[in-house]
Design a protein around this ligand. Structure first.
Ligand code: SAM
Length: 327
């Protein structure tokens, strides 16, 4: 069986430097898709004018944003800076979006520090001009915690809109069958129970998503080397609920390229960014791997396997630092 692990690239600057020569991206590179209409741009999204140029006059219908909240060290000042930084790119995000558009923000909430940056973020959003629509919680299977507290397994996801975008309710249904009978209601003189009345035999996801498997190394969609990969199923649900075929979706923080891949699968166009050339390269390789092999990730291997297996420097580094050898 294949076993080609790749540790977190963000935590290992040497590994990152060794992988850079295999990347087709450097600061400022924009990859333009010839078939699906996607773009991948290696640009810091704080650079407003550069970001705007990538969109030309195309209006975004849906934004799926997963900012890197792990870089704040949770001092009050760093948190304020993070919120201000978010405010700036959200203003830009609204400027490049359609007057009727949807916005989803994945956030963290540190329970040992007043649930920041969540608290500051929702306060700041009151001045954004967007309308708050839903506070979704996705249940992670693995959590963190101690024996003295509730295990932390939630992932916060905020849904906002501008204007009056569509919401495709069909996307909200899970694969979980409805089993509970009961809740009788009198409709036009006839008493019915809820299973008779319902349009679907499955339950709706609602704003607590319990049916999405957190990405881990045994899943096909797993991308070794990444550290913050969101499940395809969650992103697909968002895209299907809040956009239509051929519409434009954006993700400012691509990382493993989940939003772009979900757009490819669901026939949307995606313009995505990452400040780091390595994650832009991973995003592009994930799309290429899907187009060539119909695979959503690398499970027991990784996006750079072909290069690493012939590169003595990387093999030595992996062996020395992690005792990893490739078969
Ligand atoms: C939390 S991860 C996103 C995970 C992604 N949703 C996925 O499913 O793989 C955040 C990403 O934002 C990128 N990033 C950080 N600062 C950025 C900036 N100023 N501009 C663009 N990308 C940035 C990081 O390199 C990282 O890959």
């Amino acid at each position: 069986m294949l076993n080609h692990p790749l540790p977190r690239i963000d935590k290992d600057e040497k590994l990152r430097t060794l992988l850079l020569p295999f990347c087709r991206f450097k600061e400022g590179t924009v990859w333009v898709d010839k078939t699906g209409g996607h773009k991948i741009a290696c640009i810091d999204i704080s650079k407003k004018e550069e970001v705007k140029k990538i969109f030309h006059k195309e209006n975004v219908k849906l934004s799926v944003q997963d900012p890197p909240y792990n870089f704040i060290a949770f001092t009050e000042k760093r948190n304020d800076e993070f919120i201000q930084w978010c405010k700036d790119w959200i203003i830009l995000n609204i400027e490049i979006s359609d007057k009727n558009s949807s916005f989803y923000f994945w956030l963290g909430a540190d329970q040992s520090n007043h649930f920041e940056p969540f608290g500051g973020f929702i306060e700041m959003m009151k001045t954004s001009g967007l309308t708050s629509r839903s506070f979704i919680t996705m249940r992670n299977q693995r959590g963190y915690g101690t024996q003295q507290n509730w295990m932390a397994i939630r992932q916060e996801l905020l849904y906002y809109t501008n204007g009056n975008p569509e919401f495709n309710i069909k996307a909200e249904y899970t694969d979980i069958p409805k089993v509970l009978k009961g809740y009788y209601k009198n409709i036009a003189g006839e008493v019915t129970e809820n299973l008779e009345r319902s349009k679907s035999q499955f339950i709706r996801a609602g704003n607590v998503w319990i049916d999405v498997q957190q990405v881990f190394y045994r899943m096909e969609e797993n991308v070794n080397g990444c550290y913050a990969q969101k499940p395809l199923k969650a992103i697909q649900r968002i895209i299907e609920a809040s956009s239509n075929k051929n519409e434009l979706v954006t993700d400012f923080f691509s990382h493993s390229g989940t939003t772009l891949l979900a757009c490819e699968m669901l026939e949307r166009k995606c313009i995505t960014f990452d400040i780091d050339p390595v994650y832009c390269e991973i995003t592009l390789r994930r799309l290429e791997n899907y187009r060539e092999n119909k695979k959503t990730g690398w499970q027991n291997s990784n996006p750079f396997y072909k290069e690493i297996k012939n590169d003595k420097k990387i093999l030595n580094h992996l062996k020395k630092k992690y005792n990893i050898t490739y078969n």
